[in-house]
Design a protein. Structure first.
Length: 277
């Protein structure tokens, strides 16, 4: 099992580096919006959080989700171990259902005040680009890992499905948070198949009704199905304000030590004040 876990980690790392490089270059060549804050400290803090989260997971949960999958397989736990399902169908359905789990997890992290305290770190970013898709509080990462582990055990998801799902989730998170220009016609078609940057950017608006929409990370169907879809931001993509109303201080929002402390030092409730344009 150790070999399989290491192979899965290598696949995830390779895909992460490749997608991150492509999206970073795309942002440089064809940005969608002008950034409102200094890029260097933001990227340093956001990527610093990625390193912290990766090391924490590696140290505290070395077997990861792939290890959970092999454990469930060895014990015959989960739906697809009980049903005589073709392997390809088990893989496909597992990826789709795990994406549905992530959709509802995202909704819960917005609706439950305790969970929102940690998720607001993601939304406190004053700009949105490829690094925003990687910016999650360490405690949220562990909570999410637990939710995904339970879902994997209940489904009896095949290892290939879990690796594919993790690679897709990581890649699409970087893609749909990226500050990239995409032709409107292409975006209109593509957002029926995958969450696009213009679709997800609405979710990072300071307007609460827009923040509470477009929860999907990978597949865009759940927002339409559960009526949380919002096509465009009220202020337009170039005029909209990114972030949260109650966190407008760049030092607080964009420094690693402040980001880690935010869930414990910030009132998670939205304010009625509109930020200065």
């Amino acid at each position: 099992m150790t070999t399989q876990i290491e192979s899965a980690a290598a696949i995830r790392l390779g895909s992460f580096v490749a997608v991150f490089a492509v999206m970073t270059l795309w942002e440089l060549l064809a940005p969608r919006r002008s950034l409102s804050t200094s890029k260097t400290p933001r990227w340093g803090s956001n990527l610093g959080l990625v390193v912290l989260n990766t090391l924490s997971l590696r140290f505290l949960v070395p077997m990861g989700l792939v290890g959970v999958t092999y454990l469930a397989q060895s014990k015959d736990w989960g739906l697809f171990h009980w049903l005589e399902t073709p392997y390809w169908l088990a893989v496909l359905v597992s990826v789709i259902l795990l994406d549905l789990v992530i959709y509802w997890q995202h909704v819960l992290f917005h609706l439950v005040p305790f969970l929102w305290r940690f998720h607001l770190v993601h939304h406190a970013d004053l700009d949105i680009d490829v690094t925003t898709g990687l910016r999650f509080h360490t405690i949220e990462i562990f909570l999410s890992l637990g939710i995904k582990a339970v879902a994997i055990v209940l489904l009896g998801a095949p290892p290939v499905a879990v690796v594919a799902f993790e690679v897709l989730l990581n890649a699409t998170s970087m893609f749909n948070h990226s500050n990239v220009q995409l032709a409107l016609g292409i975006d209109a078609v593509l957002r029926w198949l995958v969450v696009t940057p213009d679709m997800h950017r609405v979710h990072h608006s300071w307007r609460e009704r827009e923040t509470n929409s477009n929860y999907g990370f990978n597949l865009p169907w759940w927002d339409r199905l559960f009526r949380t879809y919002r096509a465009q931001p009220q202020d337009g993509h170039l005029g909209m304000t990114i972030g949260l109303k109650q966190i407008r201080d760049e030092q607080q929002a964009e420094r690693l030590h402040w980001m880690l402390a935010l869930p414990f030092t910030t009132d998670p409730s939205p304010t009625s004040e509109e930020p200065q344009e």
